[in-house]
Design a binder for this molecule. Structure first.
Ligand SMILES: [Zn+2]
Length: 498
Protein backbone atom coordinates (compact mmCIF):
# COMPACT_ATOMS: atom_id res chain seq x y z
CA UNK A 1 0.00 0.00 0.00
CA UNK A 2 1.42 3.41 -0.97
CA UNK A 3 0.71 6.66 0.85
CA UNK A 4 -2.11 8.71 -0.64
CA UNK A 5 -1.29 11.32 -3.26
CA UNK A 6 -3.07 14.51 -4.10
CA UNK A 7 -2.65 15.49 -7.74
CA UNK A 8 -3.91 18.89 -8.76
CA UNK A 9 -4.37 20.80 -12.00
CA UNK A 10 -6.11 23.82 -13.49
CA UNK A 11 -8.40 21.44 -15.38
CA UNK A 12 -9.17 17.77 -14.77
CA UNK A 13 -11.29 15.85 -17.24
CA UNK A 14 -12.86 13.00 -15.27
CA UNK A 15 -15.10 11.55 -17.97
CA UNK A 16 -18.17 12.29 -20.06
CA UNK A 17 -21.80 12.78 -19.15
CA UNK A 18 -24.45 10.58 -20.81
CA UNK A 19 -24.75 13.09 -23.67
CA UNK A 20 -21.03 12.85 -24.31
CA UNK A 21 -20.14 16.28 -22.88
CA UNK A 22 -16.82 16.32 -21.02
CA UNK A 23 -16.98 16.51 -17.23
CA UNK A 24 -14.39 19.09 -16.23
CA UNK A 25 -13.21 20.07 -12.76
CA UNK A 26 -11.51 23.47 -12.53
CA UNK A 27 -8.73 24.27 -10.00
CA UNK A 28 -9.21 20.79 -8.72
CA UNK A 29 -7.39 17.81 -7.25
CA UNK A 30 -7.79 14.03 -7.17
CA UNK A 31 -6.87 11.91 -4.19
CA UNK A 32 -5.12 8.74 -5.36
CA UNK A 33 -5.07 5.85 -2.94
CA UNK A 34 -4.30 2.16 -3.53
CA UNK A 35 -4.20 2.68 -7.28
CA UNK A 36 -7.61 4.31 -7.51
CA UNK A 37 -9.20 7.73 -7.51
CA UNK A 38 -10.43 7.93 -3.93
CA UNK A 39 -11.76 11.48 -3.81
CA UNK A 40 -12.12 14.55 -6.03
CA UNK A 41 -12.91 18.20 -5.43
CA UNK A 42 -11.54 21.71 -5.56
CA UNK A 43 -7.88 22.03 -4.83
CA UNK A 44 -8.48 24.15 -1.73
CA UNK A 45 -11.06 21.80 -0.24
CA UNK A 46 -9.00 18.67 -1.03
CA UNK A 47 -5.86 20.06 0.63
CA UNK A 48 -7.87 20.83 3.75
CA UNK A 49 -9.52 17.41 3.71
CA UNK A 50 -6.35 15.40 3.04
CA UNK A 51 -3.51 17.31 4.70
CA UNK A 52 -1.19 14.29 4.91
CA UNK A 53 -1.25 13.33 1.24
CA UNK A 54 1.82 13.87 -0.94
CA UNK A 55 1.13 16.66 -3.41
CA UNK A 56 2.00 16.78 -7.12
CA UNK A 57 0.80 18.51 -10.28
CA UNK A 58 -0.27 22.10 -9.79
CA UNK A 59 -0.87 25.26 -11.76
CA UNK A 60 -0.30 25.26 -15.50
CA UNK A 61 -1.25 21.59 -15.75
CA UNK A 62 -4.21 19.61 -17.02
CA UNK A 63 -5.13 16.00 -16.29
CA UNK A 64 -6.95 13.59 -18.56
CA UNK A 65 -7.69 9.88 -18.23
CA UNK A 66 -4.97 7.62 -19.63
CA UNK A 67 -5.49 7.03 -23.35
CA UNK A 68 -6.29 3.57 -24.69
CA UNK A 69 -4.75 2.29 -27.88
CA UNK A 70 -7.42 -0.25 -28.67
CA UNK A 71 -5.69 -2.05 -31.55
CA UNK A 72 -1.98 -2.78 -31.57
CA UNK A 73 0.28 -5.55 -32.85
CA UNK A 74 4.00 -4.86 -33.00
CA UNK A 75 6.87 -2.62 -31.95
CA UNK A 76 9.38 -2.15 -34.77
CA UNK A 77 7.14 -1.26 -37.68
CA UNK A 78 6.91 -3.30 -40.88
CA UNK A 79 8.07 -0.21 -42.78
CA UNK A 80 11.18 0.01 -40.61
CA UNK A 81 11.93 -3.56 -41.59
CA UNK A 82 11.56 -2.96 -45.29
CA UNK A 83 7.87 -3.67 -45.93
CA UNK A 84 6.46 -0.79 -47.94
CA UNK A 85 2.89 0.35 -47.40
CA UNK A 86 0.79 -1.73 -49.77
CA UNK A 87 -2.86 -2.60 -50.10
CA UNK A 88 -3.44 -5.03 -47.24
CA UNK A 89 -3.51 -8.24 -49.28
CA UNK A 90 -0.21 -7.39 -50.95
CA UNK A 91 1.22 -6.22 -47.66
CA UNK A 92 0.74 -9.73 -46.25
CA UNK A 93 3.19 -10.86 -48.93
CA UNK A 94 5.48 -7.89 -48.41
CA UNK A 95 5.64 -8.68 -44.69
CA UNK A 96 7.11 -12.12 -45.30
CA UNK A 97 10.48 -10.34 -45.24
CA UNK A 98 10.18 -9.17 -41.62
CA UNK A 99 12.81 -10.44 -39.23
CA UNK A 100 11.75 -11.82 -35.91
CA UNK A 101 12.63 -9.12 -33.38
CA UNK A 102 13.09 -10.28 -29.76
CA UNK A 103 9.67 -9.72 -28.18
CA UNK A 104 10.85 -7.73 -25.13
CA UNK A 105 12.75 -5.19 -27.22
CA UNK A 106 9.96 -5.01 -29.76
CA UNK A 107 7.29 -4.42 -27.13
CA UNK A 108 9.31 -1.84 -25.21
CA UNK A 109 9.96 0.10 -28.40
CA UNK A 110 6.30 0.81 -29.16
CA UNK A 111 5.52 0.96 -25.43
CA UNK A 112 7.87 3.94 -25.11
CA UNK A 113 6.07 5.74 -27.93
CA UNK A 114 2.65 4.97 -26.52
CA UNK A 115 3.38 6.08 -22.97
CA UNK A 116 5.13 9.23 -24.16
CA UNK A 117 1.93 10.21 -25.98
CA UNK A 118 -0.32 9.46 -23.01
CA UNK A 119 -1.32 5.83 -23.60
CA UNK A 120 -1.76 3.84 -20.40
CA UNK A 121 -3.61 0.79 -21.76
CA UNK A 122 -2.95 -1.17 -24.91
CA UNK A 123 -5.01 -3.83 -26.61
CA UNK A 124 -2.18 -6.08 -27.82
CA UNK A 125 -3.38 -8.41 -30.57
CA UNK A 126 -0.53 -10.82 -31.03
CA UNK A 127 -0.67 -12.21 -34.53
CA UNK A 128 2.81 -13.49 -35.33
CA UNK A 129 3.82 -16.22 -32.89
CA UNK A 130 5.40 -19.29 -34.45
CA UNK A 131 6.07 -22.56 -32.68
CA UNK A 132 4.33 -24.95 -30.33
CA UNK A 133 2.26 -24.14 -27.26
CA UNK A 134 5.37 -23.67 -25.10
CA UNK A 135 6.98 -21.31 -27.61
CA UNK A 136 3.81 -19.26 -28.03
CA UNK A 137 3.32 -19.00 -24.27
CA UNK A 138 6.94 -17.98 -23.82
CA UNK A 139 6.58 -15.23 -26.39
CA UNK A 140 3.31 -14.03 -24.86
CA UNK A 141 4.89 -13.90 -21.42
CA UNK A 142 7.84 -11.94 -22.71
CA UNK A 143 5.51 -9.38 -24.34
CA UNK A 144 3.35 -9.07 -21.24
CA UNK A 145 6.51 -8.91 -19.11
CA UNK A 146 7.79 -5.95 -21.15
CA UNK A 147 4.54 -4.03 -20.59
CA UNK A 148 4.79 -4.91 -16.93
CA UNK A 149 8.31 -3.49 -16.74
CA UNK A 150 7.13 -0.28 -18.36
CA UNK A 151 4.18 -0.17 -15.96
CA UNK A 152 1.53 -0.14 -18.69
CA UNK A 153 -1.81 -1.86 -18.49
CA UNK A 154 -2.30 -4.50 -21.17
CA UNK A 155 -5.17 -6.46 -22.56
CA UNK A 156 -3.37 -9.27 -24.38
CA UNK A 157 -4.75 -11.73 -26.87
CA UNK A 158 -3.14 -14.35 -29.01
CA UNK A 159 -4.80 -14.11 -32.41
CA UNK A 160 -6.66 -17.30 -33.34
CA UNK A 161 -6.45 -18.47 -36.92
CA UNK A 162 -6.36 -21.82 -38.60
CA UNK A 163 -6.40 -21.24 -42.37
CA UNK A 164 -5.65 -18.98 -45.34
CA UNK A 165 -2.49 -17.52 -43.87
CA UNK A 166 -1.34 -15.53 -46.90
CA UNK A 167 -4.22 -15.41 -49.39
CA UNK A 168 -7.95 -15.37 -48.78
CA UNK A 169 -7.68 -18.90 -50.02
CA UNK A 170 -6.12 -22.18 -49.03
CA UNK A 171 -2.42 -22.15 -48.16
CA UNK A 172 -1.87 -24.75 -50.88
CA UNK A 173 -3.17 -22.28 -53.47
CA UNK A 174 -0.49 -19.83 -52.32
CA UNK A 175 2.19 -22.50 -52.45
CA UNK A 176 1.10 -23.47 -55.97
CA UNK A 177 1.54 -19.88 -57.14
CA UNK A 178 5.23 -19.97 -56.25
CA UNK A 179 8.16 -21.21 -58.32
CA UNK A 180 9.02 -24.76 -57.26
CA UNK A 181 12.31 -23.69 -55.64
CA UNK A 182 10.51 -21.41 -53.23
CA UNK A 183 7.75 -23.76 -52.15
CA UNK A 184 9.76 -25.50 -49.42
CA UNK A 185 10.75 -22.14 -47.92
CA UNK A 186 7.15 -20.94 -47.86
CA UNK A 187 5.88 -24.30 -46.59
CA UNK A 188 8.39 -24.26 -43.74
CA UNK A 189 7.35 -20.74 -42.81
CA UNK A 190 3.64 -21.60 -42.84
CA UNK A 191 4.21 -24.79 -40.86
CA UNK A 192 5.59 -22.61 -38.06
CA UNK A 193 2.07 -21.27 -37.55
CA UNK A 194 0.35 -24.62 -37.42
CA UNK A 195 -1.01 -24.74 -33.86
CA UNK A 196 -4.18 -26.80 -33.72
CA UNK A 197 -7.36 -25.18 -32.47
CA UNK A 198 -7.10 -27.16 -29.25
CA UNK A 199 -3.58 -25.87 -28.76
CA UNK A 200 -4.75 -22.32 -29.36
CA UNK A 201 -7.47 -22.78 -26.75
CA UNK A 202 -4.84 -24.13 -24.39
CA UNK A 203 -2.74 -20.97 -24.85
CA UNK A 204 -5.76 -18.85 -23.96
CA UNK A 205 -6.69 -20.85 -20.86
CA UNK A 206 -3.11 -21.05 -19.63
CA UNK A 207 -2.56 -17.31 -19.98
CA UNK A 208 -5.84 -16.61 -18.20
CA UNK A 209 -4.78 -18.88 -15.39
CA UNK A 210 -1.37 -17.23 -15.09
CA UNK A 211 -2.68 -13.67 -15.04
CA UNK A 212 -6.02 -14.09 -13.29
CA UNK A 213 -5.02 -12.08 -10.23
CA UNK A 214 -3.07 -9.36 -11.95
CA UNK A 215 -4.44 -5.84 -11.78
CA UNK A 216 -2.77 -4.53 -14.94
CA UNK A 217 -2.93 -7.61 -17.18
CA UNK A 218 -6.01 -9.19 -18.71
CA UNK A 219 -6.36 -11.85 -21.38
CA UNK A 220 -8.95 -11.76 -24.10
CA UNK A 221 -9.84 -13.57 -27.30
CA UNK A 222 -8.90 -12.46 -30.79
CA UNK A 223 -10.58 -14.49 -33.54
CA UNK A 224 -8.29 -12.97 -36.17
CA UNK A 225 -10.64 -12.38 -39.12
CA UNK A 226 -13.32 -14.28 -41.01
CA UNK A 227 -10.96 -15.55 -43.71
CA UNK A 228 -8.42 -16.74 -41.16
CA UNK A 229 -10.97 -18.87 -39.31
CA UNK A 230 -12.67 -22.08 -40.37
CA UNK A 231 -16.22 -22.71 -39.16
CA UNK A 232 -14.71 -24.88 -36.42
CA UNK A 233 -12.49 -22.00 -35.31
CA UNK A 234 -15.42 -19.56 -35.24
CA UNK A 235 -17.33 -22.07 -33.13
CA UNK A 236 -14.41 -22.42 -30.79
CA UNK A 237 -14.06 -18.65 -30.34
CA UNK A 238 -17.73 -18.47 -29.40
CA UNK A 239 -17.31 -21.40 -26.97
CA UNK A 240 -14.30 -19.81 -25.29
CA UNK A 241 -16.23 -16.60 -24.89
CA UNK A 242 -19.31 -18.34 -23.52
CA UNK A 243 -17.23 -20.28 -21.02
CA UNK A 244 -15.19 -17.34 -19.73
CA UNK A 245 -16.95 -14.10 -20.63
CA UNK A 246 -13.64 -12.80 -22.02
CA UNK A 247 -14.19 -10.01 -24.55
CA UNK A 248 -13.21 -10.57 -28.18
CA UNK A 249 -11.52 -8.36 -30.75
CA UNK A 250 -11.82 -9.35 -34.40
CA UNK A 251 -10.54 -7.75 -37.57
CA UNK A 252 -13.40 -7.61 -40.04
CA UNK A 253 -14.15 -6.04 -43.42
CA UNK A 254 -10.90 -4.16 -43.54
CA UNK A 255 -10.80 -4.10 -47.35
CA UNK A 256 -13.20 -4.59 -50.26
CA UNK A 257 -11.48 -7.93 -50.93
CA UNK A 258 -12.53 -9.10 -47.47
CA UNK A 259 -16.11 -8.17 -48.33
CA UNK A 260 -15.78 -10.19 -51.54
CA UNK A 261 -14.30 -13.09 -49.60
CA UNK A 262 -17.33 -13.11 -47.31
CA UNK A 263 -19.61 -13.21 -50.34
CA UNK A 264 -17.66 -16.16 -51.76
CA UNK A 265 -17.79 -18.01 -48.45
CA UNK A 266 -21.57 -17.64 -48.45
CA UNK A 267 -24.24 -17.23 -45.79
CA UNK A 268 -24.54 -13.47 -46.07
CA UNK A 269 -22.29 -10.58 -45.18
CA UNK A 270 -19.25 -11.02 -42.96
CA UNK A 271 -21.19 -9.63 -40.01
CA UNK A 272 -24.14 -11.96 -40.64
CA UNK A 273 -21.71 -14.87 -40.83
CA UNK A 274 -20.05 -14.23 -37.49
CA UNK A 275 -23.49 -13.65 -36.01
CA UNK A 276 -24.49 -17.17 -37.07
CA UNK A 277 -21.80 -18.43 -34.72
CA UNK A 278 -22.98 -16.24 -31.86
CA UNK A 279 -19.95 -13.96 -31.93
CA UNK A 280 -21.78 -10.70 -32.47
CA UNK A 281 -22.69 -9.01 -29.19
CA UNK A 282 -21.55 -6.40 -26.66
CA UNK A 283 -18.40 -8.43 -25.90
CA UNK A 284 -17.18 -8.30 -29.50
CA UNK A 285 -15.12 -5.46 -30.95
CA UNK A 286 -14.90 -5.23 -34.72
CA UNK A 287 -11.51 -3.83 -35.73
CA UNK A 288 -11.34 -1.67 -38.91
CA UNK A 289 -14.84 -2.40 -40.26
CA UNK A 290 -14.05 -0.09 -43.17
CA UNK A 291 -16.50 -1.91 -45.45
CA UNK A 292 -19.38 -2.32 -42.99
CA UNK A 293 -22.53 -1.23 -44.84
CA UNK A 294 -25.74 0.20 -43.41
CA UNK A 295 -27.25 -3.28 -42.92
CA UNK A 296 -24.12 -4.48 -41.12
CA UNK A 297 -24.17 -1.47 -38.81
CA UNK A 298 -27.87 -2.00 -38.13
CA UNK A 299 -27.17 -5.63 -37.19
CA UNK A 300 -24.32 -4.54 -34.92
CA UNK A 301 -26.63 -2.01 -33.33
CA UNK A 302 -29.34 -4.62 -32.83
CA UNK A 303 -27.01 -7.21 -31.28
CA UNK A 304 -24.67 -4.77 -29.57
CA UNK A 305 -20.96 -4.63 -30.41
CA UNK A 306 -18.01 -2.28 -30.15
CA UNK A 307 -16.24 -0.88 -33.18
CA UNK A 308 -12.60 0.12 -33.43
CA UNK A 309 -11.48 2.79 -35.86
CA UNK A 310 -7.92 2.39 -37.14
CA UNK A 311 -7.53 5.66 -38.97
CA UNK A 312 -3.83 5.73 -39.96
CA UNK A 313 -3.72 2.07 -40.83
CA UNK A 314 -6.74 2.31 -43.10
CA UNK A 315 -5.02 5.11 -44.99
CA UNK A 316 -1.57 3.56 -45.14
CA UNK A 317 -2.78 0.17 -46.34
CA UNK A 318 -5.15 1.72 -48.87
CA UNK A 319 -8.12 0.04 -47.22
CA UNK A 320 -10.45 3.03 -47.48
CA UNK A 321 -11.26 5.58 -44.81
CA UNK A 322 -14.23 4.02 -42.92
CA UNK A 323 -17.35 6.09 -42.30
CA UNK A 324 -16.58 7.15 -38.75
CA UNK A 325 -19.65 9.40 -38.67
CA UNK A 326 -21.85 6.40 -39.46
CA UNK A 327 -20.06 4.39 -36.75
CA UNK A 328 -20.67 7.15 -34.20
CA UNK A 329 -24.31 7.58 -35.21
CA UNK A 330 -25.03 3.99 -34.11
CA UNK A 331 -24.41 4.96 -30.48
CA UNK A 332 -22.19 1.88 -30.13
CA UNK A 333 -18.83 2.34 -28.38
CA UNK A 334 -16.26 3.26 -31.03
CA UNK A 335 -12.65 2.86 -29.91
CA UNK A 336 -9.51 4.17 -31.57
CA UNK A 337 -6.51 2.02 -32.46
CA UNK A 338 -3.21 2.89 -34.09
CA UNK A 339 -2.73 -0.66 -35.44
CA UNK A 340 0.81 -1.23 -36.75
CA UNK A 341 1.78 2.44 -36.84
CA UNK A 342 0.42 5.92 -37.39
CA UNK A 343 1.15 8.26 -40.28
CA UNK A 344 4.52 9.24 -38.77
CA UNK A 345 5.31 5.51 -38.54
CA UNK A 346 5.07 5.72 -34.75
CA UNK A 347 2.51 5.21 -31.98
CA UNK A 348 1.53 8.78 -31.16
CA UNK A 349 -2.01 8.59 -29.81
CA UNK A 350 -2.43 12.37 -29.66
CA UNK A 351 -1.70 12.54 -33.36
CA UNK A 352 -3.97 9.59 -34.12
CA UNK A 353 -6.81 11.37 -32.35
CA UNK A 354 -6.09 14.52 -34.36
CA UNK A 355 -6.09 12.56 -37.60
CA UNK A 356 -9.44 10.93 -36.78
CA UNK A 357 -10.85 14.33 -35.85
CA UNK A 358 -9.72 15.85 -39.12
CA UNK A 359 -10.23 13.11 -41.69
CA UNK A 360 -13.98 12.63 -41.30
CA UNK A 361 -15.24 16.05 -42.33
CA UNK A 362 -17.15 15.63 -45.59
CA UNK A 363 -18.07 18.78 -47.47
CA UNK A 364 -21.33 20.56 -46.70
CA UNK A 365 -22.23 22.82 -43.80
CA UNK A 366 -24.58 20.29 -42.29
CA UNK A 367 -22.66 17.12 -43.11
CA UNK A 368 -21.72 15.27 -39.92
CA UNK A 369 -18.22 15.48 -38.47
CA UNK A 370 -16.90 14.18 -35.17
CA UNK A 371 -16.30 16.65 -32.36
CA UNK A 372 -13.18 16.81 -30.21
CA UNK A 373 -14.98 15.40 -27.17
CA UNK A 374 -16.26 12.48 -29.25
CA UNK A 375 -12.76 11.59 -30.37
CA UNK A 376 -11.38 11.87 -26.85
CA UNK A 377 -14.19 9.67 -25.59
CA UNK A 378 -13.24 7.10 -28.25
CA UNK A 379 -9.65 7.10 -26.98
CA UNK A 380 -10.72 6.77 -23.34
CA UNK A 381 -14.12 5.48 -22.30
CA UNK A 382 -15.02 3.68 -25.48
CA UNK A 383 -11.56 2.16 -25.75
CA UNK A 384 -12.03 0.90 -22.21
CA UNK A 385 -15.27 -0.79 -23.24
CA UNK A 386 -13.32 -2.99 -25.67
CA UNK A 387 -11.05 -4.37 -22.94
CA UNK A 388 -11.68 -6.68 -20.00
CA UNK A 389 -10.96 -3.70 -17.70
CA UNK A 390 -14.16 -2.01 -18.88
CA UNK A 391 -15.39 0.73 -16.52
CA UNK A 392 -12.40 0.41 -14.23
CA UNK A 393 -10.45 2.51 -16.71
CA UNK A 394 -11.20 5.21 -19.28
CA UNK A 395 -12.26 7.87 -16.76
CA UNK A 396 -11.22 9.44 -13.48
CA UNK A 397 -14.42 9.30 -11.45
CA UNK A 398 -14.08 8.27 -7.83
CA UNK A 399 -13.57 4.50 -7.74
CA UNK A 400 -11.92 4.21 -11.14
CA UNK A 401 -8.27 3.22 -11.59
CA UNK A 402 -5.80 6.09 -11.35
CA UNK A 403 -4.57 5.76 -14.96
CA UNK A 404 -3.94 9.36 -15.88
CA UNK A 405 -1.92 11.78 -17.95
CA UNK A 406 -0.62 15.11 -16.72
CA UNK A 407 -0.17 17.65 -19.49
CA UNK A 408 1.83 20.84 -19.29
CA UNK A 409 -0.98 23.10 -20.48
CA UNK A 410 1.38 26.03 -20.97
CA UNK A 411 3.27 23.91 -23.48
CA UNK A 412 0.02 23.00 -25.23
CA UNK A 413 -1.04 26.61 -25.55
CA UNK A 414 2.29 28.47 -25.82
CA UNK A 415 2.71 31.21 -26.89
CA UNK A 416 -1.00 31.91 -27.01
CA UNK A 417 -4.38 30.26 -27.26
CA UNK A 418 -7.66 32.13 -27.09
CA UNK A 419 -9.26 30.80 -23.88
CA UNK A 420 -12.70 31.08 -25.45
CA UNK A 421 -12.17 27.73 -27.14
CA UNK A 422 -13.11 24.69 -25.10
CA UNK A 423 -10.66 22.43 -23.29
CA UNK A 424 -11.19 19.37 -25.46
CA UNK A 425 -11.04 21.41 -28.67
CA UNK A 426 -7.66 22.83 -27.71
CA UNK A 427 -6.40 19.47 -26.45
CA UNK A 428 -7.32 17.62 -29.63
CA UNK A 429 -6.05 20.26 -32.02
CA UNK A 430 -2.85 21.35 -30.31
CA UNK A 431 -1.52 18.88 -27.73
CA UNK A 432 1.66 17.10 -28.82
CA UNK A 433 3.58 14.40 -27.01
CA UNK A 434 6.06 17.03 -25.75
CA UNK A 435 3.27 18.31 -23.46
CA UNK A 436 2.90 14.93 -21.71
CA UNK A 437 4.90 15.42 -18.52
CA UNK A 438 3.68 12.64 -16.24
CA UNK A 439 1.88 9.35 -16.77
CA UNK A 440 0.40 7.23 -14.00
CA UNK A 441 -1.03 3.72 -14.20
CA UNK A 442 -2.90 2.30 -11.23
CA UNK A 443 -1.65 5.25 -9.22
CA UNK A 444 1.99 4.53 -9.97
CA UNK A 445 4.08 6.99 -11.88
CA UNK A 446 5.58 5.33 -14.95
CA UNK A 447 6.81 8.38 -16.90
CA UNK A 448 8.08 11.79 -15.88
CA UNK A 449 9.63 14.57 -17.98
CA UNK A 450 10.69 12.27 -20.78
CA UNK A 451 12.04 9.48 -18.55
CA UNK A 452 10.58 6.06 -17.86
CA UNK A 453 10.66 5.04 -14.23
CA UNK A 454 11.70 1.41 -14.49
CA UNK A 455 13.30 1.08 -17.90
CA UNK A 456 16.27 2.84 -19.44
CA UNK A 457 14.83 4.13 -22.69
CA UNK A 458 18.16 4.89 -24.39
CA UNK A 459 19.75 1.63 -23.37
CA UNK A 460 16.84 -0.45 -24.71
CA UNK A 461 16.77 1.45 -28.00
CA UNK A 462 20.49 0.86 -28.40
CA UNK A 463 19.99 -2.86 -27.74
CA UNK A 464 17.30 -2.85 -30.41
CA UNK A 465 19.60 -1.06 -32.87
CA UNK A 466 22.40 -3.51 -32.18
CA UNK A 467 20.06 -6.43 -32.72
CA UNK A 468 19.12 -5.08 -36.14
CA UNK A 469 22.78 -4.62 -37.05
CA UNK A 470 23.35 -8.36 -36.72
CA UNK A 471 24.30 -10.04 -39.97
CA UNK A 472 21.42 -11.38 -41.96
CA UNK A 473 20.93 -15.11 -41.83
CA UNK A 474 20.32 -17.43 -44.77
CA UNK A 475 16.70 -17.68 -43.67
CA UNK A 476 16.38 -13.84 -43.59
CA UNK A 477 17.55 -13.71 -47.20
CA UNK A 478 15.31 -16.56 -48.28
CA UNK A 479 12.27 -14.90 -46.75
CA UNK A 480 13.15 -11.54 -48.39
CA UNK A 481 13.37 -13.27 -51.76
CA UNK A 482 10.09 -15.04 -51.09
CA UNK A 483 8.44 -11.69 -50.29
CA UNK A 484 9.73 -10.14 -53.53
CA UNK A 485 8.53 -13.06 -55.61
CA UNK A 486 5.21 -13.48 -53.82
CA UNK A 487 4.23 -9.84 -54.17
CA UNK A 488 3.64 -9.95 -57.92
CA UNK A 489 2.05 -13.39 -57.80
CA UNK A 490 -0.38 -12.34 -55.07
CA UNK A 491 -1.28 -9.20 -57.02
CA UNK A 492 -1.97 -11.34 -60.05
CA UNK A 493 -4.04 -13.79 -57.98
CA UNK A 494 -6.39 -11.01 -56.81
CA UNK A 495 -6.64 -9.42 -60.27
CA UNK A 496 -9.33 -11.97 -61.09
CA UNK A 497 -11.35 -11.16 -57.97
CA UNK A 498 -12.89 -7.80 -58.72
ZN1 LIG B 1 -4.77 -5.08 -36.87
Amino acid sequence: MTSPMLISADTILTGFDPDGAPILLEKAALLIRDGHVADAGTNVAMRRKHPDANVTGGEGHAIIPGLINAHHHVGVTPFQMGARDQPLELWFAERLRLRDVPPELDTLYSGFEMVASGVTTVQHLHSRAPGDVTAVLDRANRIIGAYDRLGMRVSYSFAMRDQNRVLYDDDQVFLDLLPAAMRPIAARYLAGFGLSLDDQAQVFHELRRQYQNRDRVAIQIAPANLHWLSDAALEMAARLHDATGAPMHMHLLETPYQRDYAARRGHGSAVAQIDRFGLLGPDLTIGHGVWLDADDLALCQQKGACLCHNCSSNLRLKSGTADLNAFLSTGLPVALGIDEAGINDDRDMLQEMRLALTLHRPAGHDAPAPGAAQILRMATRHGAATTPFRNRIGGLAVGQAADLVVLDWDRVTYPWQDPRLGFTDVLLRRAKAEAVVQVFVAGRQIFKDGAFMKVDHKEELERLRQWHLRPRTKSDDEMAELADTALDLVREYYSTWR
